[in-house]
Design a protein around this ligand. Structure first.
Ligand code: XLS
Ligand code: NI
Ligand code: NI
Length: 443
């Protein structure tokens, strides 16, 4: 007799697109997965992904108190069978929220054992189950990663740990995480250096730690090649938290790091909104810096709180911020094998099952709206035209010579002395442009 699968989200059907006028809070108002733009559905453009660690391992705990969020499926006889039932609930959610992808850390989906061998065995059992669920539902793995920051062994870092033993352990763990990512058809593999940084330089050899981080990434590249893993490697920069200073501080320092160590061919960036703001940048800034070098890979979609100094991982409904981000992403040609992964969690008092739906509906709708606005803005080309005209002096004459490397200090001095004289003042027109953007956003 076929086993009837339990319904983990009773009373909630698959979320439907009902349009902006609908009053139904459990419906999409802007995200219509089937709507076609340039021959591709919205689902294919957005490639939304659910972050397993927040959506299915988040309990609402914070440094001042334990979890508040209790899920009915979190019971069972042993950790591995609980992990499998949790996965069933997760896949029901992925389908109902219409997310084509999910992402995980090794330790989110399967419990850590008392030895590495036991951890690997647990992972294999849960991964076999995940593979069946992926096949049955069509939900795919956007990326996998290894948790190299929770276990106390990593308190002083993983690949940047002063103890080579910990480096070795981290290598073994990443090897396995790459194996299972490949097994599940993961399209990318992420490196977020949670504890790859320092608390104080009094006990730290910064140069040696950076060398070790680079050595580790080279070993990962070599291993991927040896198992024929074709997924894109992604670095996820973050300036701080949990460490005081993290080596992958932001995209710009990440690019310098990759180039210094000859890694730039193998990595792109996974840009997280809240990490950008922690680094003192806008989200759009980080996207532009990566895109300028052809290194834009994927997005961890969330938002911080402007009044708080840590990674609050909130769902982002700031359509203005997202529209600016989408302009840069679309101009760069999209995310390729990347997607928009909701690295965002419910607030501690948001304890209902349907809160998980409201949260993701808001995130998806805000991005969908931003996508449509950005497309309109780009199609009309007003900002682009303004920017092109702003740089027009480089399109011909001595400006062109500068860009082509045909000018030098002597020739430019001569030009100014004999012909050009003082430059004419030209306005940057920021207020005019802000108002133009407001008209797109609010009519
Ligand atoms: C933490 C990071 C983490 C990565 C994956 O701040 O965002 O969740 O996305 O390790
Ligand atoms: Ni992230
Ligand atoms: Ni984060």
């Amino acid at each position: 007799m076929a086993k009837k699968s339990p319904v983990h989200f009773p009373g909630i059907d698959a979320i439907a697109y009902e349009g902006a006028q609908s009053d139904n809070a459990l419906a999409f108002h802007h995200y219509n997965p089937e709507e076609v733009f340039d021959g591709k559905t919205m689902a294919q453009h957005m490639r939304f992904s659910i972050a397993y660690w927040h959506a299915f391992r988040g309990t609402g705990s914070d440094p001042f108190g334990p979890g508040t969020i209790v899920r009915p499926w979190e019971s069972g006889k042993d950790p591995v069978s609980i992990a499998k039932v949790r996965l069933d609930a997760a896949f029901e959610f992925f389908q109902k929220i219409r997310a084509p992808f999910y992402c995980f850390h090794d330790r989110d989906i399967a419990p850590e054992g008392s030895t590495l061998a036991e951890s690997n065995k647990n992972l294999d059992a849960v991964v076999a189950h995940a593979k069946q669920l992926q096949q049955a539902t069509g939900v795919k793995l956007l990326w996998g990663t290894a948790n190299l920051f929770s276990n106390p062994r990593y308190m002083r870092g993983a690949s940047t740990n002063p103890d080579a033993h910990v480096f070795a352990y981290a290598a073994a763990q990443v090897k396995k995480a790459m194996d299972v990512t490949k097994e599940l058809g993961g399209e990318n593999y992420v490196f977020w250096g949670g504890r790859e940084g320092y608390e104080t330089l009094l006990n730290t050899n910064l140069k040696r730690e950076q060398d070790h981080l680079a050595a580790f990434l080279h070993l990962a590249v070599d291993y991927a090649r040896s198992i024929n893993f074709k997924g894109q490697f992604l670095i996820e920069p973050k300036p701080k938290e949990p460490t005081k200073h993290q080596y992958d501080f932001d995209v710009a320092s990440g690019i310098a790091f990759l180039r210094t160590y000859g890694l730039e061919k193998y990595f792109k960036f996974n840009i997280e909104t809240n990490h950008a703001t922690l680094a003192g940048h806008t989200f759009q800034h980080e996207i532009e810096v990566a895109a300028a070098q052809g290194l834009l890979g994927s997005i961890d979609a969330n938002a911080g709180d402007p009044l708080l100094g840590w990674d609050t991982d909130q769902f982002n409904t700031d359509v203005r911020e997202l529209t600016l981000a989408m302009i840069s992403i679309l101009r760069a040609g999209g995310l390729g094998s990347g997607g928009f992964n909701f690295d965002a969690k419910l607030r501690r008092p948001s304890t209902d099952l349907d809160d998980l739906f409201h949260a993701h509906i808001g995130g998806m709708d805000a991005y969908a709206l931003a996508f449509k606005l950005a497309r309109r803005i780009l199609a009309e080309g007003k900002f682009e035209q303004f920017v092109n005209e702003r740089y027009a002096s480089y399109d011909a004459g001595f400006g062109r010579d500068i860009e082509m490397g045909r000018a030098n200090f002597r020739s430019l001095e001569k030009l100014v002395l004999t012909k050009l004289g003082e430059p004419t003042q030209r306005s940057g027109k920021q207020e005019y442009l802000e108002n133009l953007l407001m008209r797109y956003l609010h009519g």
